[in-house]
Design a protein around this ligand. Structure first.
Ligand SMILES: Cc1cc2nc3c(=O)[nH]c(=O)nc-3n(C[C@H](O)[C@H](O)[C@H](O)COP(=O)(O)OP(=O)(O)OC[C@H]3O[C@@H](n4cnc5c(N)ncnc54)[C@H](O)[C@@H]3O)c2cc1C
Length: 419
């Protein structure tokens, strides 16, 4: 089957890899000059299967009100609200109860745990490296209240069979030695030893090279996708600035821009662009830098180690598709990394970046068929798209090939929003 993948972020590239491996003739198109130049470029680098949790959770609405008055808050909402943002916030609120949280969490963990198996096999098969490390994630707590609150997350981790260990403040440096230089800052931490770290941009580019060289995937860049053309209930072609492109099947992997393309097909995707920021800091002292990923629970900032760089990512800002680099957001993530790893890197020389998380109100990606025969979706990966990309791509390939899927796909396709 000839498959056209729309979008070459990490989700488009992993989809191409798994579809090509199953024998399909795959082409990927993107408006950028190379893969992963939008949201997949500068994310926080955590490949955190065990950390997959919906943002919409019980207690979040109350916390959100408090965050509105904090300088370094994890959530920022622009004062001018548009109808799409208002609808998204209402849908998020509808998911902030224990029942929805449990359903959404199970779906996320299902995809994330499959991703763990898939990315490990992918590394083995392709031999690609992306400044990756397999040394776990450490969630850091600044207060006893945070330690108490993690109890319910640990119950879910137990149910899902995810290895984890609650550490006291004096045990943290055994996992991240640089924390010995800031004694007393944290009262404890949750260690997830099987999580991973890596540069998503490098991963997507090296996997794209592998797809091109070994699997015959064609990549077409600098192509602006404009609209879909439908005839007799099927997609006939994709209209672009370089003409119409045709295939037997089409996969939408356009991240935050996916809703625009499919709305003419009467498919409403509740994906909202949740803006985040990152800093990429050159390492100046290996002993003062993190060795893997740490997550500061107070500020919801993740800090990951690449070879000679530290990636710091965080902040959820609701500001539509605006990509301005705001200095006050830089101040927050810069403050957090300097507070935890004061001697690790040179924040003055950091690269500042922003990207739009393609967020669904239930935090779960949208993977599967649509009511249009040959139109498929693999999008809406929100906060953990790098983590979930391999599992999503593999599942999509199974579904498109008509194979028995490797994991249960129920509740993952777009029809869940119709219910
Ligand atoms: C600050 C921040 C930190 C994050 N940290 C993590 C993390 O630590 N771990 C993790 O797992 N996830 C993280 N994420 C989330 C993760 O980065 C995303 O979920 C993921 O990159 C989404 O990938 P994607 O391929 O769906 O979207 P994208 O990477 O945005 O790809 C979409 C592609 O579609 C193309 N496109 C869009 N419209 C058109 C058009 N009209 N014509 C042609 N091409 C088009 C774009 O050029 C782009 O290449 C983070 C995100 C942010 C913003």
């Amino acid at each position: 089957m000839k498959v056209l993948i729309l979008g070459s972020g990490v989700v488009g590239v992993t989809s191409a890899y798994y579809l090509a491996r199953q024998g399909h003739e795959v082409t990927v198109v993107d408006r950028q000059p190379s893969p992963a130049l939008e949201t997949s470029y500068g994310n926080a680098g955590q490949v955190s299967f065990g950390f997959s949790s919906p943002w919409a959770a019980p207690g979040i609405p109350q916390k959100a009100v408090k965050w509105m008055f904090q300088e370094h808050a994890p959530l920022k909402i622009q004062p001018k609200m548009d109808p799409t943002m208002a609808r998204f916030m209402m849908q998020m609120l509808g998911n902030c109860n224990p029942e929805r949280y449990a359903v959404n969490k199970e779906r996320m963990v299902r995809v994330a745990e499959h991703s763990r198996a898939c990315i490990n096999a992918l590394r083995e098969e392709t031999g690609i490296r992306y400044e990756d490390r397999q040394r776990g994630l450490l969630q850091l707590f600044r207060s006893e209240a945070q330690v108490e609150a993690v109890g319910k997350d640990m119950k879910v981790l137990e149910q899902c069979g995810v290895r984890h260990r609650l550490l006291g403040g004096d045990e943290l440096a055994a996992v991240e030695p640089a924390l010995a230089r800031v004694p007393g800052k944290f009262v404890g931490g949750l260690h997830l030893p099987d999580d991973q770290t890596g540069d998503c941009y490098l991963f997507a580019n090296r996997l794209a090279d592998h797809c091109r060289e070994r699997l015959g995937v064609e990549f077409r860049f600098n192509v602006e996708i404009q609209r879909l053309k439908r005839s007799a209930g099927r997609i006939e072609s994709v209209v672009t600035n370089v003409g119409e492109l045709t295939a037997d099947a089409y996969v939408v992997c356009l991240g935050s821009y996916s809703p625009f393309l499919v709305k003419d097909m009467d498919i409403r995707l509740p994906i909202y662009p949740v803006k985040g920021y990152s800093l990429t800091v050159p390492v100046t002292d290996d002993g003062g830098a993190p060795q893997s990923t740490v997550m500061d629970e107070s500020f919801k900032v993740a800090i990951s180690r690449f070879d000679d760089r530290i990636r710091v990512g965080g902040t959820a800002e609701l500001a539509s598709y605006n990509l301005d680099l705001l200095e006050r957001r830089r101040a927050t993530i810069s403050m957090v990394v300097s507070d935890i790893f004061p001697e690790g890197g040179d924040v003055a020389k950091a690269e500042f970046w922003t990207g739009l998380r393609p967020m669904t109100p239930d935090s779960t990606p949208i993977i599967g068929a649509t009511r249009v025969d040959n139109l498929w979706l693999n999008t809406g990966h929100g906060t953990l798209g790098w983590t979930m990309s391999c599992g999503s791509g593999q599942l999509l390939a199974d579904l498109m090939s008509g194979r028995g899927p490797a994991i249960d796909p129920s509740g993952l396709d777009v029809s869940r929003y119709a219910a």
